[in-house]
Write a protein that binds this ligand. Structure first.
Ligand code: NAI
Length: 481
């Protein structure tokens, strides 16, 4: 079966870039990305490519080439479903914040709604592709809904989890380590798998395309994220020990990373991981383990989250204790708000939680991020406080402790301390001499990403505190007051 028309439900961080690359590489396939969110679709259609709703290096160029040729963004969900041979579901699957499984399980209501809508609209056979990250065995639920509420047409459900990382999404899609496709072992299941393999084969080699049964594919995505996050929590746990013992976490990471069994990647200590996926997917894994009565396994994976929360809290606490045990009324400048560099995504960003702790202690948080707007930053904090049950009035009053700037220079002027929350490259290029002159003394830098040159900054006169840096560089000259 040759795919001619693809529809993708969900024009977010996954649906948008993934479908743009498929359209770029498969010019004979019409790709329509639909979303219920009108403003998001309008932004994808914006003539000004700087205004796309997702910031990713290289994305604008891909959209520019394919949009209007064979790539379309639309809110016309029903007609796109009807016309498609293959439908990707790339909608959000956040952690449930209500009822059974609250705070742990994945909320599948958006996925279920998609299945019901597809079943209602479809008038010919279709291949349904799970692109969203889903608990293992969700394909069974989808198949049941599709078969029992549809118009008697045949649906093949495939699992094709997405492994792109935000910030490098286009490169990851173009040069994927692998794509994974899970399907049934039946003849029609194998045909559906082949149809999707043929799509990816436009630009990936056969050895990059793995095929498995559906359940292995679904579980592999949760497992991949759990393993990746586990490495971060492992090195972060050791960063606390490094600080207590004058070891240097980067030296330890290099020393262990040269062991080929361990490998050098994903061993960078930081203020803690963020992003929409790691936490929610591990919580979901923990929930599944408990559901299948495997408490030891659940507790093992849960520790990754516990450690990550500890790391964010530890960072905030270090700021407070270094600033003479109070940050009340002090100006703390946050460099970065996004959960990592080269993305405008802020979901679960460490910055949110560090800000919360500091605001609780009375700090004024002054933020500069090259890609995140004031509206977004305030929405992130409001959402967190709403979940905590704060009244509207209390939220309004707390928001007055947050100030957002379009320039780093303004954000840093007369600050008591700088906290680096995101590893944006531009922070390394600043004129730290003049920043020092314009700050209150002693001028503190808390480098939550270990990206700045601690020795150079110490020589300028800063008090520098990195993550996992027990060794404090000696002052090379007297501080300038
Ligand atoms: P997102 O929140 O950026 O985008 C989801 C979009 O789906 C939203 O724009 C929403 O309006 C839309 N939507 C919801 N219900 C819909 C419906 N019934 N019809 C049409 N559109 C609908 O989410 P994101 O980050 O793109 O994630 C999507 C899925 O991909 C999640 O399951 C996530 O775990 C997974 N994933 C995310 C990665 C990432 O880096 N963000 C990486 C790999 C997987």
């Amino acid at each position: 079966m040759k795919i001619k028309n693809i529809c993708c439900l969900g024009a977010g961080y996954v649906g948008g870039p993934t479908m743009s690359v498929i359209a770029l590489k498969c010019p004979e396939i019409k790709v329509t990305v639909v979303d219920l969110n009108e403003s998001r679709i309008a932004a994808w259609n914006n003539g000004d490519l700087d205004k796309l709703p997702v910031y990713e290096p290289g994305l604008a160029e891909v959209v520019e080439e394919a949009r209007g040729r064979n790539l379309f963004f639309s809110t016309e969900v029903d007609s796109a479903i009807e016309a498609a041979d293959m439908i990707f579901i790339a909608v959000n699957t956040p952690t449930k914040n209500y009822g059974e499984g609250k705070g742990m399980a994945a909320d599948l209501k958006f996925v279920e709604l998609c299945a019901r809508q597809i079943a209602r609209i479809a008038k010919n056979d279709k291949i349904i592709v799970e692109k969203s990250t889903l608990p293992v065995r969700t394909a069974e639920t989808l198949q049941t809904i599709l078969d029992h509420t549809g118009n008697g047409v045949k649906f093949e459900v495939l699992s094709n989890p997405e492994f792109l990382a935000e910030g490098t999404a286009i490169n990851d899609l173009l040069h994927a380590d692998r794509v994974l496709i899970g399907g049934k072992q039946t003849e029609s299941g194998q045909k559906a798998i082949q149809a999707l393999v043929d799509v990816y084969a436009h630009w990936l080699s056969p050895k990059q395309i793995l095929t498995t049964n559906v359940w292995s594919s679904e579980l592999s995505k949760l497992t991949a994220n759990a393993f990746l996050a586990q490495r971060i929590s492992s090195i972060n746990a050791l960063s606390a020990l490094c600080e207590a013992t004058e070891a240097d976490v980067d030296e330890v990471a290099t020393a262990i990373g040269t062991d080929s069994r361990i490998g050098p990647k994903f061993l960078k200590a930081s203020v803690g991981f963020g992003g929409s996926c790691f936490q929610k997917d591990i919580l979901n894994l923990v929930y599944l383990c408990r559901y299948f009565n495997l408490p030891e396994v659940a507790n093992y994976w849960e520790q990754i989250i516990i450690l990550n929360d500890y790391q964010k809290y530890r960072f905030a606490k270090k700021i407070i204790s270094s600033l003479f045990n109070t940050v009340s009324g002090k100006k703390i400048t946050f460099l970065g708000w996004a959960f990592k560099k080269d993305t405008n995504d802020t979901r679960e960003s460490a910055a949110i939680y560090v800000a919360e702790h500091l605001i609780e202690d009375g700090a004024e948080i002054h933020v500069y991020d090259p890609k995140v707007s004031e509206e977004k930053i305030k929405a992130d904090m409001s959402y967190l406080w709403e979940l905590k049950g704060f009244t509207e009035q209390k939220i309004e009053s707390k928001l007055k402790q947050i100030f957002v700037y379009n320039s780093a220079e303004d954000a840093l002027h007369q600050a008591h301390a700088v906290a680096v929350l995101t590893e944006w490259d531009e922070f390394k290029t600043y004129n730290w001499n003049s920043i020092f002159i314009n700050m209150y003394k002693p001028a503190f830098i808390f480098d939550g990403r270990n990206i700045l040159d601690a020795e150079e900054l110490t020589a300028i006169g800063f008090q520098v505190k990195g993550i996992g840096k027990g060794y404090i560089p000696q002052l090379k000259r007297e501080p300038v007051f």
